[in-house]
Design a binder for this molecule. Structure first.
Ligand SMILES: *Cc1c(COP(=O)(O)O)cnc(C)c1O
Length: 396
C-alpha cells in the first residue's frame, strides 16, 4: 500500500503531453511540439568545456553539501551585480535544480497544515511540492484585467492564521507577466505586516523582452529581504536544464536548515555541474543575450500571428518563453462533429488530427487556456501555427 502522499500526486501535465508527442514522433509521425519547457539551444561551449575540464581534473567527488565556495561567491556576485542584493556565501544553498531548491524551501518551512498561497495561473509543480511537504496550497485566482498578477486586496483576503508563505513567480511561467516595482511594494508591505515568507521564483529573470525589467522583491528593503527566499538556477538562463543546478538566497537560519536537509537527501549538487555553473556565471554573458534576442523574435512573430486567428486571445508575455492563450471560445464549437468541450479535448484533437502539441491550461489552474512554448525553431513555429489555424477554420 502506497503512502497517502504518493497517491495524491498527479504527474506533471507538461511532461505527459510531451511524452505523447514524443511517442507519435517515434512512430515516424511529423509532430510539431509547442510543449517544450526548456530552451531549445545547446549549452554554450565554454560552459561545456569547464565541465570536461572538471572531469579531466578529477573533480568527481562529494562536495560540501550546500555547494562549493567558489560557486557561492559567484552567485553572491551575481546578486550584487544584477539585483543590488548583498548576500554572504553562507546564505546561498546550491541544489540539483531550482525544483530541488523549492522542495528544500518547503521542507525547511512547512509544518503539517501550513498554508502557502499560490496565485493562479501557476507553474504546475508548486501545489504538488507543497502537498509532498505536508502543506496546503491555497490557490488565489488573479484577474485578466490585472494581467494575471496578484493584487494586495486579493492577497489580504487569502491570508489566514496558518499562512506561512506566498509564492511569487516573475517573470511567470505560464503567463510571461512581470511584476512592477509598485506591485511588488504592495505585496511586500502586506507580507511584512503579516510575517509571511515570500518564495520568489526568479528562474526567468534573464529572459525579458521589450522595456520590462526584473525586480527582485528582496531588493525592496531589509524587512522584506529577511522574509524572502529567492529561488533561481542555471537551467533557463544558460540552456542547462539537464545539468541540474539551482540555488537559493535566504536568511541564514533557513539556509542552514536547507543545507542540513540536503546533506541527508542529496549529499550535494553534482560536482561537475557546479564547475559548469561557475563558468556560466563568471564567463561572458553574450550567450544569454543572443538566446534572449532569438526568443524575442519568435515571441513577436507568434503574438502577431495569433492576434489574427479566430477564437484566440492572448496577453503579451513580457518574459519567459511561453504564450498563454485563451482558447475558451472554441469549447462550444465542434470539430468534424465532435464537441471540443474543454482544453484537454482540444489538445487531444489537435495532436491527433493536426499533429500539433500544446499544453492544456488545467494543470496551471487556468482551464480555458493553453500554453504554447516558443522554445522551438522559427520553422516549427510557422508550420505549427499554420496547422493550428487550419484546425480552427474547421470548427463550427
Ligand atoms: C523550469 C522551472 C523551474 C525549475 O527549473 P530547474 O532548475 O530545471 O529545476 C522552476 N520554476 C519555474 C517557474 C520553471 O519554469
Amino acid at each position: 500500500m502506497l503512502s497517502r502522499k504518493a497517491m495524491q500526486i498527479t504527474p506533471s501535465p507538461t511532461l505527459s503531453i510531451d511524452a505523447k508527442a514524443k511517442q507519435l514522433k517515434s512512430e515516424g509521425k511529423d509532430v510539431i511540439g509547442f510543449g517544450a519547457g526548456e530552451p531549445d539551444f545547446d549549452t554554450p561551449v565554454h560552459i561545456k568545456e569547464a565541465a570536461i575540464d572538471a572531469i579531466n581534473r578529477g573533480f568527481t567527488k562529494y562536495t560540501p553539501a550546500s555547494g562549493i565556495p567558489e560557486l557561492k561567491e559567484a552567485i553572491c556576485a551575481k546578486f550584487s551585480r544584477d539585483n543590488g542584493l548583498i548576500y554572504q556565501p553562507q546564505q546561498i544553498v546550491i541544489s540539483n535544480g531550482a525544483k530541488h531548491s523549492l522542495d528544500n524551501v518547503f521542507s525547511a518551512l512547512l509544518n503539517q497544515g501550513d498554508e502557502v498561497i499560490i496565485p493562479a495561473p501557476y507553474w504546475v509543480s508548486y501545489p504538488e511540492l507543497i502537498k509532498l511537504n505536508e502543506g496546503i496550497p491555497v490557490v488565489v485566482e488573479t484577474k485578466k484585467e490585472h494581467n494575471y498578477k496578484l493584487r494586495g486586496a486579493k492577497l489580504e483576503k487569502a491570508l489566514s492564521p496558518r499562512t506561512k508563505a506566498l509564492i511569487l513567480n516573475s517573470p511567470s511561467n505560464p503567463t510571461g507577466q512581470i511584476y512592477t516595482r509598485e506591485e511588488l511594494e504592495e505585496i511586500a508591505s502586506i507580507a511584512v505586516k503579516n510575517n509571511v515568507f515570500i518564495i520568489s521564483d526568479e528562474v526567468y529573470e534573464k529572459l525579458i523582452y521589450g522595456r520590462s525589467e526584473h525586480i527582485s522583491i528582496a531588493s525592496l528593503g531589509e524587512e522584506i529581504k529577511k522574509l524572502t527566499i529567492i529561488v533561481n538556477g542555471a537551467s533557463k538562463t544558460y540552456a542547462m536544464t539537464g545539468w541540474r543546478i539551482g540555488y537559493t538566497a535566504s536568511g541564514l537560519e533557513i539556509a542552514k536548515a536547507m543545507a542540513d536537509i540536503q546533506s541527508h537527501n542529496a549529499s550535494n549538487p553534482n560536482s561537475i555541474a557546479q564547475k559548469a555553473a561557475y563558468a556560466a556565471l563568471t564567463g561572458s554573458q553574450d550567450c544569454v543575450e543572443e538566446m534572449r534576442r532569438t526568443f524575442e523574435k519568435r515571441r513577436d512573430y507568434m503574438i502577431e500571428y495569433i492576434s489574427n486567428m479566430p477564437y484566440l486571445t492572448c496577453i503579451e508575455p513580457q518574459g519567459a518563453f511561453y504564450l498563454f492563450v485563451n482558447m475558451g471560445e472554441t469549447f462550444s464549437r465542434k470539430f468534424r462533429g465532435i464537441p471540443v468541450e474543454n482544453g484537454d479535448r482540444l489538445a487531444e484533437l489537435l495532436l491527433e488530427h493536426y499533429r500539433v502539441a500544446l499544453v492544456p491550461g488545467r494543470g496551471f489552474g487556468a482551464p480555458e487556456y493553453a500554453r504554447l512554448s516558443y522554445a522551438t525553431s522559427m520553422d516549427n513555429i510557422r508550420a505549427g501555427l499554420e496547422r493550428l489555424e487550419s484546425f480552427l477554420k474547421e470548427l463550427n
